[in-house]
Design a protein around this ligand. Structure first.
Ligand code: ADP
Length: 169
């Protein structure tokens, strides 16, 4: 499994799957979630509505998969990051679960390339350095032959530099 780092808008990435930092409603929101739904179109929202009707809300740490609508990717994996609030080990575990459950879904759906945004580091205020460490460690320790490439997509230069440093260690 190769790890790659880029600074970009995740809605432009051509991978088998891109991951969305969704909220528990699965019905869209701000940040990367808003961008994905805006550009991906109503097909994604419809698919999310069906999942909602079937299983209810999506809890933090969990992930679901839908079509990618008009995006270049084939699938969107929606995962709900924890809101940092007061922080704590449980929040760290929930963030790790986002990566693990997204990768598990990728394996189940024969996905070979997957792109992650910096989950929880926007509106959900997870400390960026800690979030980057958890993201990298969790993906690295996910042993799976089938996934060929995991791309960390940083929106801003600050997070890009942070990941770049951590990936060299
Ligand atoms: P959360 O609610 O999980 O914190 P946000 O969408 O607010 O989610 O932010 C998560 C991360 O996604 C932030 O680092 C933010 O800069 C980044 N981000 C926002 N828009 C995009 C985008 N179009 N592509 C990639 N990353 C994005």
């Amino acid at each position: 499994m190769k790890l790659k780092l880029i600074q970009s808008d995740i809605t432009t990435i051509k991978t088998d799957a891109i991951v969305n930092a969704a909220n528990t409603s699965l019905l869209g929101g701000g940040g990367v979630d808003g961008a994905i739904h805006r550009k991906g179109g109503t097909e994604i929202l419809e698919a999310c509505r069906k999942i909602r009707a079937k299983q209810g809300k999506c809890n933090p740490g969990e992930a679901v998969i839908t079509t990618a609508g008009n995006l270049s990717a084939k699938y969107v994996i929606h995962t709900v990051g924890p809101v940092w609030n007061q922080g704590g080990k449980d929040k760290e575990m929930l963030l790790a679960n986002c990566y693990i459950n997204s990768l598990k879904l990728a394996v189940e759906n024969d996905i070979k390339t997957i792109a992650f945004p910096n989950i929880s580091t926007g509106i959900y205020k997870f400390p960026k350095e800690l979030a980057a460490k958890i993201a990298i460690e969790t993906v690295k320790s996910f042993q799976q032959e089938q996934i060929e490439e995991v791309i960390f997509v940083c929106f801003d230069k600050e997070n890009y530099n942070r990941y770049d440093k951590l990936l060299r260690i």
